[in-house]
Ligand binder design. Sequence first.
Ligand code: GLY
Length: 396
Amino acid sequence: MKSKIVLLLLVCWGAAAQAQTKLSTKKMKALVDESLRFSARQYKHMMKSLPDSLFPRSTNKDGSLMTAKFNWWTAGFYPGSCWYLYEYTKDDAFKKEAEKRQVYLLPDQYRTNTHDLGFLMYCSFGNGLRITGNAAYKDILMTSSRSLITRYKPTIEAIRSWDHPGWKCPVIIDNMMNLEMLAWATRNSGEPIFLNIAVNHANTTIKNHFRDDYSSYHVIDYDTTTGKVFAKKTHQGHSDASAWSRGQAWGLYGYTMMYRETKDPKYLDQAKHIADYMLNHPRMPKDLIPYYDYDAPEIPNAIRDASAGAVMSSALLELSKYVDKQDGKRYWNAGADALASLAGPAYRAKEGENNNFILMHSTGSMPGKSEIDVPLSYADYYFLEALLRYKNWAPR
Ligand code: GLY
């Protein structure tokens, strides 16, 4: 009985602690606008420094700008960020830059050797379509969606992620993010196959990727013949049994988006459980920007992952719209607090520094010893998305 009372008090205390944001709505709105203006200036510098036909990726070990070609999974984020900045500033320079860079992505629409087509094409052309209504982008997104569903494995009821050797049929939690384009493809064409595949993939992922505490494995390797789970592994997290932070954020974003697209309460439930796993985690730092893995042994000295914080912030702001008032306030406030941290001096670069990326302190792959404590183009993209979500959805 005594322990139940203590637990109840702790829950009430937790709820009370999240009833207030770090900044008032007025201050937060000012910070959001200032951050968007800063980001526009920073990406103008980026535009000037970026070689033709390439995409900004990160920072090299020698401090120089790391670029990517059209076929690297992150290539779509820079045009996507330019679309967001065009949406905010209405400055044609961002529209022209997004259009110019997107041309180089066109060959990706035919690729059947990657699951990253949602990241590549929907973040770029998808935003372009949403903002400009350019009908030519619809054909490109439909072709990309047809290419993506060639990777669907009916025995598993999921889309295969990688073709790398060493795996049978790997499906990574990140793949939830590619489903948004498939939902659009059904809406656009009226052909149910795209959304059906997205739903099957999301259901299979609920069944096999999540642990009892709603943390997720990074990679489930399936046996393609039987469709059964062969192994549960990590690729970018601390260990197979650990909770890789960006993976948790991809899952949160993915199920929030699947609820938006289907209104199936199962996805809302899943998103809430994932959000609560993160927000109640004893090793979630006070500034709500996760360590690269919730189980990193170096905590509290572990490296952070600002990209995980940005994806989480954007997803929490959206999730807050779909739940009851009390949970809505909790998720909105947590999303806003993480956003305020990212917009502060600990994570946001100074103008003209950081190879002209907006955010510092992201981590690509700790076990792969690659992209550790660096800027990453997708951290910037989801930060901009979260800023715009805050701006558009904050109480007037
Ligand atoms: N989708 C790959 C990553 O999150 O690093």
